[in-house]
Write a protein that binds this ligand. Structure first.
Ligand code: GRF
Length: 193
């Protein structure tokens, strides 16, 4: 299978969404390859996942108080080295600024654990529980300058169950989120629907 799409993945945490994409690529389920994983945290376990698969793993930490716009441009410079056709933010907890989006906007996607536009922000599962919804879900969208406001690409519903707490619900959502990320990358590969 000729590889047609180079993907750079941005991470901050455990990297289970990244892992699902790596697994799909290695299983030949998506015509792409993860060429680099970049984290704003040197301690992110997601970087170890990348290294385990022989993928370039780079930490680009933002030092508190340092110039945020400079950090954003430096991040774009690092991503540019890999000349990706797609940037996938998968559990990346930093907002991408206008410098980054000027260069990679329109080909940067993000995953979010709710059915946007409901429950944007950092506590989607907790907010869904607080709102008493019976159905929430996951979204993959194109990143724009807002917070979780970009054009929606794919979504899937997840049922809220009796007794759910935010952590249990979020983990259930992440099962779907992993599938959606692979689906969104597959849709990005040339020749796919
Ligand atoms: C995902 O639910 C993502 O939407 C949110 O953080 C989680 C990342 O999970 N921002 P992981 O690090 O991929 O396990």
């Amino acid at each position: 299978m000729d590889v047609t799409l180079d993907v750079v993945v941005l991470v901050s945490g455990t990297g289970t969404l990244l892992q699902s994409l790596i697994d799909a690529v290695e299983a030949g389920e998506v015509n792409a390859r993860v060429v680099a994983v970049i984290s704003d945290s040197e301690a992110a376990p997601a970087l170890a996942r990348a290294r385990h698969h022989g993928i370039a793993a780079i930490a680009h930490p933002h030092v508190k108080g340092a110039n945020r716009a400079a950090w954003d441009e430096e991040l774009a410079d690092i991503v540019a080295v890999f000349e990706p056709g797609l940037v996938a933010s998968a559990g990346f907890m930093k907002l991408l600024g206008e410098g980054f989006l000027a260069r990679f906007g329109g080909r940067t996607i993000n995953t979010h654990p709710s059915l946007l536009p409901s429950f944007p922000g950092m506590r989607a599962a907790r907010d869904a529980l607080a709102a008493g919804v019976k159905v929430t879900g996951a979204t993959v969208f194109l990143v724009d300058e807002g917070i979780d406001t970009g054009r929606i690409l794919v979504q899937a519903a997840v049922e809220v169950l009796e007794g759910d707490d935010a952590e249990v619900l979020h983990e259930r959502i992440k099962i779907v989120e992993r599938q959606l990320l692979v689906r969104a990358v597959r849709q990005w590969t040339p020749g796919e629907a």
